[in-house]
Design a protein around this ligand. Structure first.
Ligand code: IPD
Length: 259
């Protein structure tokens, strides 16, 4: 039994319940530097709870959390935690957000769990053991033509990156794919690729905690994850394409500006 996977599942369900219970309450919304980059009391309460649960089971493990930074010695491995992915949605009561927890050792990502508390959907993966949704095996979609693809993207906080370049890329994808969505939780976007609901996802300006769990879930679901050049993803590289594998090269062409 994968003990860290069990801990990640328990921590994400507990944090998800906390987020559900706090939804709509006085949130103490603050911005982190940029006006569009938000943090709420729910983010910090969720991260505190996750750190308690992981710390009780694995007191020697390091933890990198979006709100609390790094604790512990990360040389032998670390947990990577986004306690509330989709904070802007959450602050507006838009019910698309998640909890994302991964564990990475020297051999790469070992465990990934993303929990959507409003849909009660728990996406999980362990290296070499496949990806699952509430216990059922996940498979990326079999659509091989980008023209039949439903794609999703996201944008970093406004002013954080090259907004115009993001819009140009989005315009090219709009002319090449069947349709585009922008939902606001990168962790869930990745899980939807693994579940065959989206054929592909791209975004620049992401952080390790947005993508670590979801990237493993896509790979274990039979999809592919890379950076914008097609090289295997490094979770802190900031940009990502995820796909069912079949439309990946066509997506890379669109990103490069080729037809
Ligand atoms: C955000 C979400 C969103 C993405 C942003 C991220 P956060 O994470 O993943 O989908 O477009 O770039 O910052 O801040 O809500 O954890």
């Amino acid at each position: 039994m994968n003990l860290r996977l069990r801990t990640a599942e328990r921590a994400s369900r507990s944090a998800g319940k906390l987020l559900r219970d706090m939804l709509g309450s006085a949130l103490g919304v603050r911005s982190k530097g940029l006006r569009s980059n938000l943090v709420t009391e729910a983010d910090t309460a969720s991260e505190r709870l996750i750190r308690e649960i992981i710390g009780a089971d694995f007191p020697d493990d390091a933890i990198l959390g979006e709100e609390g930074g790094t604790s512990g010695d990360a040389r032998s491995g670390r947990w990577i935690v986004d306690p509330l992915d989709g904070t802007t949605n959450y602050a507006h009561g838009y019910r698309c957000f998640s909890v994302s927890i991964a564990y990475e050792s020297g051999d790469g990502l070992q465990v990934g769990v993303v929990y959507d508390p409003m849909a009660d959907e728990l996406f999980s993966a362990a290296a070499g053991a496949g990806a699952h949704l509430n216990g059922a095996q996940l498979h990326a979609s079999a659509r091989s033509d980008l023209r039949d693809g439903l794609l999703v993207t996201g944008f970093p906080p406004i002013g954080a990156d090259d907004d115009l370049e993001n819009l140009r890329v989005m315009g090219r994808f709009m002319r090449r794919a069947q349709a585009i969505r922008r939902d606001g939780s990168a962790a869930l976007d990745l899980c939807y690729v693994a579940a065959g609901r989206f054929e592909g996802f791209w975004e620049a300006g992401l952080h390790a905690w947005d993508v670590a769990a979801g990237a493993l879930i896509v790979n274990e679901g039979g999809g592919r994850v890379s950076d914008y050049s097609g090289a295997p993803l490094r979770i802190d590289c900031g940009e990502l394409i995820a796909s069912n594998g079949l439309v990946h090269d066509a997506m890379l062409d669109v990103l490069r500006g080729e037809k």
